[in-house]
Ligand binder design. Structure first.
Ligand code: GLA
Length: 664
């Protein structure tokens, strides 16, 4: 089957005469899969009881005839005007009670029974019609859940939230306890009194907000699952997915993963951000890890510029190829784009496409075609997997709780801080999994825990057991502070981790904007954002604050516990210091890079399996890089069988190495 290559295909935007040319050019570009029908609802169901699938049959038949597989969308991402016209109560509302009107897309309340029942009806039609179609390879439910409508606060959502609370708490007393409603006279006498956390005079109850984020995620998932039930019933042989987004707060990728037959991600690297490939690296590792290590699909990226940032840089020559191979190196079995043919009208006419307005005699089409050819030449990569010695913990519940208001500091941006924890691993060339706190950590030599504010007693025990049995753990500040209901763990912070870390945090001491403090001892440099008064209870200080209110107090600590070691970082270290600390922990843990001695800016990754063993080298740096290989290998993209011992990578260069005698 190989690595799938292609993109979103929106033929409804074009007269039928164009479709034949589409198929011909797709063949030229070696397109093997398209995602079709994402925004076709209004066209296939123009009125409540009128169905028009004839044109879409011809699209599907044409693709089958061209040997192109279809990732078939359930078409439910943008309800047609007649539906919201007849049922305005299906439109979403924000926390101020303002309605979000139709005219763009994703204008539905996720809890709306009207929306869900019409979506299910449409999916029944689609599944009945296309389940056995020769082009159908994969179902694509919805589109980027929670991308625009992240949460809805309308009356329909309020009623659904109350149902959700009744299921969760059974009694209103249990709800009151969980939400600490003794505070500010908030005790409820009945579930009927509960509302969504709409805009209030000041901070709405944090536990209520946290539950609303959980509920919002589940409401979106309920939409997905309602459609999936239909497909499981009417099209059981075909796998099902939906396209997730990177570091997307409304959608808990770990909670969704069990319901996706294959994980799928949309990722738009920003050519204006010099190291955006590190953000991509994190998202790719998360996709792979959330799917238990299975290959995943890059379902959307841009061939060039997007249209939705304030300034949209094109991808300079070679960049699209480099970033596509990065996804493959980190476990993708598909490289798809938004979209096949650039729109002439609508909101995305300035978004790049595989086939630009200017046609085939364009740099983008040439680069697309070359990439298609290249990917088609190494089909044996598909299905191979990778392994990692390091795990970084990510948890949506903790993220939601951490970023609620009324905190010691609201300057903690967890997505950003998490990337800062990931970066030193990426730059050191170390393979990394991104896992939830509930995952079995046995087998990882090193575990990194960025700001795990919400930590259940059970997960704290798991972390403690991991270190006791010989693991190396690094925990950063403001971890282990509250339980699942955002209630502080009593007994001094971070109570459930105190014994493991061998310390107590007596007071949080967030730093003002723009202020930094010096740290010294084992790590000398500057730190900002946060500090805290740490009392040692068995741990040793490996760095101290050397100026400011906390001068002389520990900033970074280490504690031998059982057969392992736990480090604690009580401030935000500047990047070079964090890298030095991470390197020391790695050394203590015996974690090696994928390939030692790599030049700066070069990424190495390995995938292995029935198809063979592949070493990917990607030069994200701006200059030519020379890489010595651990043994003579064959360059799978060069098309000759000669063994090489060194590889010279031009800026943005890519090499895929395999064993001599393998493939080719
Ligand atoms: C998202 C959507 C696509 C398209 C692209 C443009 O990923 O899923 O429909 O709007 O953005 O970048």
């Amino acid at each position: 089957m190989g690595i799938r290559f292609g993109g979103d295909y929106n033929p409804e935007q074009w007269p039928e005469e164009v479709w034949a040319e589409d198929l011909e050019l797709m063949r030229t570009a070696r397109v093997s899969m398209v995602t079709a029908g994402i925004f076709s609802w209004a066209r296939v169901q123009p009125r409540p009881d009128v169905w028009d699938f004839g044109w879409f049959d011809r699209v599907m038949d044409g693709l089958a005839g061209a040997g192109i597989d279809v990732c078939l969308a359930t078409m439910t991402a943008s309800p047609p005007p007649w539906l919201s016209h007849a049922h305005p109560e299906m439109l979403p509302e924000d926390a101020d009670g303002r309605r979000r009107w139709p005219g763009a897309r994703q204008h539905y309340c996720p809890s709306s029974p009207v929306y869900r029942s019409h979506a299910v009806r449409l999916v029944e039609q689609l599944a009945a019609r296309y389940a056995g179609h020769p082009a159908l390879a994969l179902w694509h439910i919805g589109n980027e859940y929670g991308c625009h409508t992240r949460q809805c606060f309308c009356e329909v959502s309020a009623a659904d939230f109350r149902r959700w609370l009744r299921d969760r708490y059974s009694t209103v007393d249990a709800l009151n306890a969980a939400w600490s409603t003794a505070f500010w006279s908030q005790a409820y006498g009945d579930f009927d009194e509960v509302l969504p956390p709409r805009t209030a005079p000041t901070f709405p109850n944090p536990a209520q907000q946290l539950d609303y984020l959980r509920f919002g995620d589940e409401a979106l998932r309920a939409c997905y699952l309602a459609e999936k039930d239909v497909l499981d019933r009417l099209s059981p042989a075909i796998p099902v997915t939906t396209n997730l987004m990177p570091q997307h707060k409304p959608v808990d990728a770990f909670a969704w993963a069990p319901h996706l037959d294959t994980m799928a991600l949309d990722f738009y690297q920003d050519p204006h951000v010099p190291d955006d490939h590190i953000r991509a690296g994190y998202a790719f590792d998360l996709m792979r890890s959330a799917g238990g290590g299975r290959p995943w699909l890059l379902l959307e990226q841009a061939p060039g510029a997007v249209n939705w940032r304030p300034r949209n840089g094109p991808k300079p020559p070679g960049t699209m190829r480099l970033w596509s191979w990065q996804a493959v190196a980190q476990g993708a079995d598909a490289v798809l784009f938004f979209q096949w043919r650039q729109s002439l009208g609508g909101a995305e006419k300035f978004h790049s496409a595989m086939l630009p307005h200017a046609g085939t005699d364009t740099r983008i089409f040439r680069e697309v075609t070359a990439l298609g050819r290249e990917l088609a030449a190494v089909p044996e990569i598909a299905g191979t997997r990778s392994r990692a010695d390091v795990a970084l913990l990510a948890d949506w519940n903790s993220w939601w709780a951490l970023e609620l208001d009324s905190k010691p500091s609201t300057a903690l941006d967890l997505a950003q801080l998490t990337l800062e924890h990931y970066r030193p691993l990426f730059e050191a060339g170390v393979a990394c999994d991104i896992v939830p706190p509930g995952r079995d950590l046995t087998g990882y030599r090193m575990v990194v825990v960025p700001h795990l504010y919400l930590l259940t007693a059970e997960d704290a025990r798991r972390l403690t057991g991991y270190v006791r049995d010989g693991g190396r753990l690094v925990v950063s500040f403001f971890s282990g502070i509250v339980d699942a209901h955002d209630r502080v763990h009593p007994g001094g912070a971070p109570a459930p981790l105190r014994e493991l870390l061998g310390l107590r945090v007596e007071e949080f001491w967030p730093l003002a904007a723009g202020v930094s403090v010096a740290v010294g001892g084992g790590y000398t440099g500057r730190a900002d954002l946060w500090s805290e008064a740490i009392d040692l209870e068995g741990a040793e200080a490996v760095a101290q604050f050397t100026e400011g209110d906390l001068a002389g107090r520990p900033a970074v600590t280490r504690h031998g516990y059982g057969r392992g070691t736990a480090w604690y970082v009580g401030t935000r270290l500047e990047p070079a210091l964090l890298r030095a600390l991470w390197d020391d922990v790695r050394e203590a843990a015996g974690v090696l890079p994928v390939l030692p001695g790599l030049p700066d800016g070069v990424q190495a990754a390995v995938r292995e399996g029935a198809g063979g063993r592949f070493l990917f080298l990607l030069n994200h740096g701006g200059t030519t890089a020379d890489v010595a290989l651990p043994e003579p290998m064959r360059d799978a993209l060069a098309g000759d069988a000669a063994a090489v011992e060194r590889v010279t990578l031009a800026a943005r260069g890519v090499a895929v190495l395999t064993a001599v005698g393998q493939g080719g």
